[in-house]
Design a protein around this ligand. Structure first.
Ligand code: ADP
Ligand code: MG
Length: 288
């Protein structure tokens, strides 16, 4: 047995009927499956144990993903129901998010001003929960944001806690995340100040905000190295027509979230109190 956690062993295939693959990341494949006893559909995130053991700290990161997910419980975060371990695989039983990846939807159907605002509101609310539990996600990017269902384009859910970790547990200096989306302080190793904290998620949330607003990524380049350099130097073009034609409040929040220095970025809590969220739609609509 690979995992220290309480896992139900080997009974996975007796309990679930797996149909098609619905997603793929760098570590896992995600399948659509139904629980035989109830008929309820789930998304199953399947890890190949042999592959995970070949990865640097693969076992630890799998255990971390479980630990973080078990600590979190909020409407806009994917919920982990159970973990199974069989001879070759580890399976996470997750809520099925029927709406697919956020960006797929955004491409076919650009957001209205109101929809973008509601989506960002829900997204930041989920971040507040993660940070309040002393966790950070560290890998916020478009393919890790999914939509709950096909009807709403604002019910966003954060998935993939594969790089998530706990704050205060160790000094964070590990370089991780995805170039193009990651906070600059993670890419720059500074002897005197090697830390980063929950503000790295605010930066990545700002990158997503930018992409949804403009349809382009802030850090571009001919190749991986060029993207990395632009990300590291935090060179962001704010002079795009989609940005300049937005409200002053939106522009202010976007710029604050994308500040190069993490200390200048607002916390998730402060983001939600920003005047941007006080215009257009009635806040009461969103309070469950
Ligand atoms: P990895 O850790 O390998 O990146 P992810 O957790 O990001 O794996 O899952 C890979 C892909 O599978 C996602 O980008 C998404 O498209 C899809 N996916 C993940 N979780 C769900 C879910 N709960 N419901 C529907 N699709 C999902
Ligand atoms: Mg992923």
């Amino acid at each position: 047995q690979l995992l220290q956690h309480k896992c139900l062993q080997t009974t996975f295939h007796d309990e679930f009927s797996v149909s098609k693959m619905i997603g793929k990341g760098s570590f896992a494949k995600v399948y659509l499956a139904a629980k035989k006893s109830s008929g309820v559909q789930y998304a199953i995130k399947a890890f190949n144990k042999e592959f995970m053991l070949e990865q640097f700290k693969g076992k630890e990161s799998l255990e971390n993903e479980i630990r973080v997910m078990r600590r979190l419980n909020q409407d806009n975060l994917v919920h982990l129901h159970e973990v199974y371990e069989t001879q070759n695989s580890v399976y996470f039983v997750l809520d099925l998010l029927q709406g697919g990846e956020l960006l797929t939807r955004a491409k076919t159907n650009p957001f209205s001003k109101e929809a973008l605002q509601k989506l960002m509101y829900n997204f930041i609310k989920a971040l507040i929960h993660i940070h309040s539990k002393k966790c950070i996600h560290r890998n916020l990017k478009p393919e890790n944001l999914l939509l709950k269902n096909k009807e709403s384009s604002t019910d966003v859910v954060i998935a993939d806690f594969g790089l998530a970790t706990f704050l205060n547990e160790q000094i964070l200096f590990k370089r991780c995340g995805t170039p193009g989306f990651v906070a600059p302080e993670i890419l720059i190793y500074k002897e005197e100040d090697p830390f980063y904290d929950d503000k790295c998620d605010i930066f990545s949330a700002g990158v997503i905000f930018y992409i949804l607003l403009t349809g382009r990524q802030p850090f571009q380049g001919q190749d991986y190295k060029a993207i990395l350099r632009s990300n590291k130097n935090c060179e962001i073009n704010f002079n795009l027509k989609e940005i300049l034609s937005s409200s002053a409040k939106l522009q202010d929040l976007l710029r604050k979230m994308l500040q190069q220095n993490p200390k200048d970025r607002p916390s998730a809590e402060t983001c939600l109190q920003h005047p941007y969220f006080k215009e257009i739609f009635n806040m009461k609509d969103l309070i469950e």
